[in-house]
Unconditional design. Structure first.
Length: 130
C-alpha cells in the first residue's frame, strides 16, 4: 500500500501519516457500508487492513453528531452521519474536512488500476456521498 500512500502524499501535499490515516478512514467507512462485499476490495489491495488499523478513532462530538444524524433516518441523514464521522477523523489528523473530497478520487483511481473497474465502482458506491 506504500504506492497509494506515496500518490496521496505527492498529489495532495499531505504527510505520510495523514495519508495513511485518512485513507484508512475512507476504507473503514467502505468496509462498514459494503459488509461482505468489502472482501473484493481487500483482495485487490493487500495491506488495506493495515490502513484501516492506522485510521484514528473518531470520537467525541463528531461521533455523537454522526450517531444522531444516523438515527434521523433516510439516505441523506446517513450520508451526513458518515461525513460527520469522517470529518472528526480528518480533524484528528490535522486535515480540513474539505480534504475528504480530494482523497476519494485519488483512492478510486488507484483502486481502479489495481482491482479493475468493478472493484473501483463498488468502492465508489460506498463513498459516493462523501
Amino acid at each position: 500500500m506504500n504506492e497509494l500512500i506515496n500518490q496521496l502524499v505527492s498529489k495532495l501535499g499531505v504527510q505520510e501519516n495523514q495519508a495513511m490515516g485518512a485513507a484508512g478512514l475512507l476504507f473503514k467507512l467502505a468496509q462498514q457500508k459494503l459488509g461482505g462485499d468489502f472482501s473484493k476490495v481487500a483482495a485487490a489491495l493487500p495491506g488495506v487492513g493495515d490502513m484501516i488499523s492506522a485510521a484514528p478513532e473518531t470520537g467525541g462530538l463528531a461521533k455523537i453528531a454522526g450517531g444522531l444524524l444516523g438515527k434521523l433516518g433516510g439516505d441523506k441523514a446517513g450520508g451526513l452521519a458518515d461525513l460527520a464521522s469522517l470529518a472528526g477523523g480528518f480533524s484528528e489528523l490535522k486535515l480540513d474536512s474539505g480534504m475528504i473530497a480530494k482523497f476519494v478520487p485519488v483512492i478510486l483511481e488507484f483502486v481502479k488500476g489495481k482491482g479493475g473497474q468493478e472493484v473501483a465502482a463498488l468502492l465508489g458506491k460506498a463513498l459516493h456521498k462523501q
